[in-house]
Write a protein that binds this ligand. Structure first.
Ligand SMILES: [Zn+2]
Length: 252
């Protein structure tokens, strides 16, 4: 994967319960679709306006892909680095968390860098996926779509993934339905890579609209494989063999 940093994970909702004290001192700024909650001591005056408008642009891009956004405002909380670790208990490889709210660390923000923008796009995608699936989307789909919306592609590691499949005969996608939070950094890297490849293959072969319908079906309470067979013409074995074929065509 490009870069040393992995954006995010899905933390358990219980992490949210540990919030509160730190955020009492935070400032807020809202638009029609986003509530930005930030540590004013960590952000230079005026940057919160730039941040909010970057978030609005990301939100509009996501609405174009997903067809609609969450009914409630997306809450984005920006912490100082140490407060972020203390408040979320995120593993060291994660630089953002979604647990119902988007939570990102910042070491003194003086502007919106491309890296920060990718993290925000990634985390905001989680809120769209969470909303459409009513919290029932498998983690591989969450992380795959979040990376796609960052603009990433699986092409750089298609060869390595195809090789691993040839060796083991599986991508172990069903094992990536649950959270990645307990993963070591290498496990997380490989989990994110497979997730991105699966989502990219599905977008290319079934279309983003079919993925959105898949999320809706999950939100109606359908099981993952049931919804998959109805909306994506696949069960896990079929999805994995389609992925292996797709990787062969996309390695470089
Ligand atoms: Zn993520």
């Amino acid at each position: 994967m490009s870069g040393a940093i992995l954006s995010c994970l899905l933390a358990a909702a219980s992490a949210a319960a540990q919030q509160g004290r730190v955020e009492e001192l935070f400032s807020e700024r809202a638009s029609s679709s986003i509530l930005l909650v930030y540590d004013g001591r960590r952000i230079e005056a005026g940057v919160e306006r730039i941040l909010l408008s970057a978030l609005e642009r990301a939100y509009a891009d996501l609405v174009r892909d997903f067809g609609s956004g969450p009914v409630e405002k997306v809450v984005v909380v920006v912490y100082g680095e140490r407060d972020f670790r203390a408040a979320t208990h995120a593993p060291s490889w994660a630089n953002g968390v979604f647990d119902g709210r988007v939570r990102v660390p910042a070491r003194g923000i003086t502007g919106v860098t491309p890296e920060l923008l990718s993290v925000l796009r990634h985390e905001m995608t989680h809120s769209f996926v969470h909303f459409r699936s009513k919290g029932r989307a498998p983690t591989w789909l969450h992380e795959g779509l979040a990376q796609l919306e960052e603009g990433k592609t699986a092409a750089p590691f298609a060869s390595a993934l195809a090789g691993a499949y040839a060796q083991h005969g599986t991508f172990s996608l069903p094992a990536l339905e649950g959270g990645f939070m307990g993963f070591s950094a290498p496990q997380a890297r490989s989990g994110y890579a497979v997730s991105l490849a699966a989502a990219e293959m599905l977008r290319d072969t079934r279309g983003f609209g079919a993925l959105a319908h898949f999320l809706d079906r999950l939100g109606e309470g359908g099981g993952v494989e049931e919804a998959m067979s109805e909306e994506l013409r696949a069960d896990y074995p079929r999805l994995e063999s389609d992925l292996a074929d797709w990787l062969k065509r996309h390695r470089r």
